[in-house]
Every structure is written in structure tokens, then in C-alpha cells.
Write a new protein. Structure first.
Length: 313
């Protein structure tokens, strides 16, 4: 892309979601100044953190806009409020950003270049590289499989290489570092808040593709991702990832799968659980993680989401 000025570059609104990740979001904000793209703004969405996040941001970055939610709305609800705010302020593109990330200086320039190459492109995803080791990917893009894990994250924990530097249409892109077009957001809407967190990016990409938009992975666009974030086991209130992977997999499959795909997924899911548990018993592993998956699957079938019991509200 030729060099742009602020007057001819489309406005990109960066939405940074955080929940009890004070140190991560402060570091993320400290790296925004490296961005070379000429027309952007950033808003932090604080999902009712209890660790002093708002006060810390006010102290370190007094001019930084922060929207504080009345309660933890999850990845879906928090980002939806950020998207609504961005569109109301006239943004032509919205970049969703986790709090545990750093931006490459040319990230926005590269993403906008690809997005503007075809008005049918609804979202452009980035290559997530591990913050601690820039030779290794956190993940690239996703495939929808309807097998034991429903989806596959391509490139997860793999050495970076030419095969991950391509630009191509994919099933779904990672919700961290995804650039979404105004046209697609107005046509599709935001995330389905039933998911709360995990697989909502898969669902949104599926809906966008059904609406006629392209979902594109741009391996030349780079974001550095610490990973885990609120899901760290050492966190005061860790996010129950396995529960939501089990729960949201069945919600997604019931929403989008054909009868054959749904049957395949259910059979593969429980066959996988059985194998993991047998192998775990043999090796002396703890059974609790597998039970979290089963509990989540059951709540997905029953349409339940006990946020208070999960420690999320």
C-alpha cells in the first residue's frame, strides 16, 4: 500500500478488551505508539475488572478512553459494546485486540491494504506470534472439522515459516487481531452473546461467509500474543477454558451443523473424552479437566450458563 495520510486512510477503531489483566493491558497500551498507520483510535473495554485496571489506566494513560462495563459480559458482550461504540464514531474498520498483545508497527497498514482489495472481504485475520519467542506461532487461522475438537487452529505452537506468510480465504480467523469491516458488521451484527467466550469468532466468520463475505487470513500481518491471559491457572479467578470449549462446541454445532455433521461431532467428542480419560487414568493424570469438558457439553445441550458458579460474575 502506498503511504497514506490521515485524510485519505480509512479510520480503524481498535477495541482492547480486558478483564482482571491490569499489567497486560498497561503493557499493550504502551506499545500503541509504535503504530505507523495514520488514522486510528483505541478504546479499552473493561469487563468489570476488580484488580484496579481502570484506576491504573487513568494514572498511566490519562487521555486513554475506557468504557467500564457494569458486569463481566465475556469476550462477546464486551467486544460487542466496543464495536457499537466504534461504529457510532464512524469507524470504517474495527480491530479487536486482546489485552495480552503487542502490535507490529505495520499491522494496521497491512490489514487495511488487504481489506480494501475487495469489498466482499468481511474480516482479515493476523498471524499471532508468541510474544516470548518470535520464531514460534501462537496460531495462524482455523479450520472447521466437526471432529473431536470441532475446529483446528492451524500453526498452533509451530515454527514460523513461509507456509504461514500467505494471504488466503479460510474457514475462520482468530478473534485476537481481526480487522472487521463496517459493511460486514452492519450486515451480520456482532458476536452471538450466548457463546460468552470461545468459538464466537468461528460462529461470526461462519455467519459472515453465509452472508456472502470473504474471511481472509493475512500472514504478512503480525501480532505478538502472550496467550492464556485471563485463563492462566495462577490467576485469582481463571477463565474456565475447557468448560467453554465443551459448551460452545455443541452450541455451534446445533446452530450450524447438518444432521450428519452433528452426529459425527458428538460421536467423535465422546470417543475422544473416553480415550483421554482412559489414557489419563493409565498415566495418573487428573480427571477434572475432562469433567469440565463434559459439564460444558451438558450445559450446551441444556442451554445453561451458570456464570456466578463459574466465578465470572
Amino acid at each position: 500500500m502506498a503511504a497514506m495520510t490521515a485524510s485519505d486512510a480509512p479510520h480503524v477503531a481498535i477495541v482492547i478488551l480486558t478483564w482482571n489483566g491490569k499489567e497486560d493491558v498497561l503493557h499493550c497500551l504502551s506499545t500503541l505508539s509504535r503504530v505507523r498507520y495514520p488514522n486510528w483510535s483505541a478504546t479499552v473495554i473493561d469487563n468489570a475488572s476488580t484488580d484496579g485496571t481502570f484506576e491504573a489506566i487513568r494514572s498511566a494513560f490519562p487521555e486513554q478512553p475506557v468504557l467500564v462495563m457494569e458486569k463481566n459480559l465475556g469476550f462477546c458482550g464486551g467486544n460487542n459494546r466496543g464495536i457499537e461504540d466504534a461504529l457510532a464514531r464512524g469507524a470504517e474498520y474495527v480491530l479487536l485486540l486482546n489485552n495480552d498483545t503487542e502490535l507490529h508497527p505495520d499491522l494496521l497498514t497491512e490489514l487495511v491494504s488487504v481489506a480494501q482489495s475487495d469489498p466482499r472481504i468481511g474480516a482479515v485475520g493476523t498471524k499471532n506470534i508468541l510474544m516470548d519467542d518470535h520464531r514460534v506461532l501462537w496460531g495462524a487461522y482455523g479450520e472447521l472439522r466437526y471432529d473431536r475438537d470441532l475446529v483446528r487452529l492451524v500453526g498452533s505452537r509451530q515454527p514460523d515459516g513461509p507456509e504461514y506468510s500467505c494471504v488466503k480465504d479460510v474457514d475462520w480467523v482468530i478473534g485476537n487481531g481481526v480487522l472487521m469491516s463496517r459493511a460486514a458488521l452492519e450486515a451480520v451484527g456482532g458476536f452471538d452473546e450466548r457463546f460468552f467466550g470461545y468459538h464466537e469468532d468461528v460462529d461470526w466468520c461462519m455467519q459472515a461467509r453465509k452472508a456472502g463475505f470473504r474471511i481472509v487470513y493475512d500472514g504478512r500481518a503480525v501480532i505478538y500474543h502472550k496467550g492464556c491471559g485471563a485463563a492462566l491457572p495462577s490467576a485469582k479467578r481463571p477463565f474456565p477454558v475447557l468448560y467453554f470449549l465443551g459448551r460452545n462446541s455443541i452450541i455451534f454445532a446445533r446452530k450450524h451443523a447438518t444432521p450428519a455433521q452433528l452426529c459425527k461431532f458428538v460421536v467423535c467428542f465422546f470417543a475422544g473424552i473416553a480415550w483421554w480419560m482412559i489414557d489419563g487414568l493409565w498415566r495418573g493424570y487428573r480427571m477434572k479437566p475432562y469433567l469440565w469438558l463434559v459439564r460444558g457439553f451438558a450445559d450446551g445441550v441444556l442451554g445453561r450458563l451458570p456464570l456466578r458458579r463459574l466465578g465470572l460474575q
